[in-house]
Design a protein around this ligand. Structure first.
Ligand SMILES: CC(C)(COP(=O)(O)OP(=O)(O)OC[C@H]1O[C@@H](n2cnc3c(N)ncnc32)[C@H](O)[C@@H]1OP(=O)(O)O)[C@@H](O)C(=O)NCCC(=O)NCCS
Length: 144
């Protein structure tokens, strides 16, 4: 599995996976495409011989990074792809000068929360009714 920067031609497939993984609030093709113009954005792909197994994005501003998304296609889950993407994003952000990474996760998302806890993130605080369907989010943070 190769972890590499995402390219413009990956965006169509990423937007399809985004709909599968986040049916309630997927990033649109336009949102994903505009990430190329967002200063400090780093997008990574988990590439399995040309097939996109997963992807993730992080935005660095000064010494702080925000993880925008991490998603793995269903057939590739539970094989360490999410962990590789997460570590890749944290390393890339650290290389750009970030000392802390933040992320938001739905309180019901046991798989993601477990992944983040295992990789050094700690719960910082909750935001009530953060998502459009009324679910709360937990903000998590990790020193890089
Ligand atoms: C969350 C997600 C990215 C995990 O990706 P993955 O490639 O399956 O994760 P990994 O195989 O690298 O697992 C790493 C750790 O995460 C945790 N984990 C992953 N899937 C889990 C599950 N279904 N239940 C509980 N813990 C889980 C475990 O701690 C695991 O470590 P272990 O294998 O030693 O038990 C994936 O389930 C996904 O894409 N979900 C839908 C999108 C999403 O919710 N993204 C996060 C938004 S905040």
């Amino acid at each position: 599995m190769l972890i590499r920067p995402w390219k413009y031609e990956d965006i169509l497939r990423i937007s399809e996976i985004e709909k599968e993984c986040f049916p309630k609030e997927p990033w649109s093709f336009q949102m994903l495409a505009s990430s190329f113009e967002t200063e400090g954005f780093i997008g990574l792909i988990a590439d399995d011989g040309g097939e996109i197994a997963g992807y993730g994005g992080i935005t660095v501003a000064a010494d702080t990074a925000d993880i925008d998304n991490v998603a793995v296609c269903e057939p590739f889950r539970k094989c360490g792809v999410g962990a590789s993407l997460l570590e890749g994003l944290c390393t890339a952000a650290k290389d750009r000068g970030a000392v802390k990474a933040f992320l938001e996760v739905r309180v019901s998302n046991v798989a993601a929360m477990s992944l983040y806890l295992k990789h050094g993130f700690k719960g910082a605080y909750a935001r009530t009714r953060y998502y459009s369907d009324g679910e709360d989010c937990l903000v998590m943070v990790r020193e890089l």
